[in-house]
Design a binder for this molecule. Structure first.
Ligand code: TMP
Length: 209
């Protein structure tokens, strides 16, 4: 089977991190080699860019370019080689986050994101993207209970409403790639849903060769 690229998305506090470990175990139990990674990050250079992006104030143009610089390094060093050797890559966020946060949240023009996407990714797109979706009040409540907040997490509710709306627009534009999880449901239900989804999608992917 050629590699399978799975990405996880959602506003901060949507609960995606509580399912990542299970997704990995599930894929491994089905006999696949899995590379778990994240964006921004996933390589030493991209992690250094992440530290800067989460901490330092900057213009949104710089922020968007640094997101794609980190992504370029990540694709060339980690994602593309893993997919070429038939592995499953699970990335905690990818380019949909740029459309949602920089595009939706900061009003950075989507056409310019698309230019960078085409340049950096060429044909690479996730095979499946799971969007963890939750009403904003729930996400905010979870965030406020969490550790020290980073530069994005400190944004206000209006910013996160725009991020969430931009994610919904991404789903509407490409419904076949996305699966939306109602993250306010009990964790065990979500785990079961994800298990069924991933098994089905991997079987379809294998059948397509
Ligand atoms: P995380 O908290 O899920 O690890 O993500 C780090 C933050 O970076 C999160 O608040 C979303 C933000 N982000 C963007 O703004 N644009 C992007 O392209 C990516 C990948 C993340």
């Amino acid at each position: 089977m050629k590699g399978f690229f799975l990405t996880l998305e959602g506003v901060d506090g949507a609960g995606k991190s509580s399912h990542i470990g299970h997704l990995r175990e599930l894929c491994e139990s089905l006999g696949h080699e899995v590379v778990m990674t994240r964006e921004p990050g996933g390589t030493p250079i991209s992690e250094a860019l992440r530290a800067m992006l989460l901490k330092e104030s900057m213009h949104m143009e710089t922020e968007t370019l640094l997101m794609f610089a980190a992504r370029q390094e990540h694709i060339l060093s980690v994602i593309a080689p893993a997919l070429a050797s038939g592995k499953i890559v699970i990335s905690d966020r990818f380019t949909d986050a740029t459309y949602a946060y920089q595009g939706g949240g900061r009003h950075f023009p989507a056409e310019r994101i698309q230019i960078l996407e085409n340049w950096v990714q060429q044909q690479l797109q996730p095979d499946l993207t799971i969007l963890f979706d939750v009403p904003l009040e729930v996400a905010r409540e979870r965030l406020e209970k969490s550790r020290e907040q980073d530069r994005f997490e400190r944004e206000g509710s209006a910013f996160f409403e725009r991020v969430r709306a931009a994610y919904h627009a991404r789903v509407s534009a490409d419904p076949g790639r996305f699966y939306t999880v109602d993250s306010s449901r009990p964790k065990a239900d979500i785990t079961q849903q994800l298990q069924d989804l991933v098994k089905t999608r991997l079987a379809q992917h294998a059948a397509q060769g």
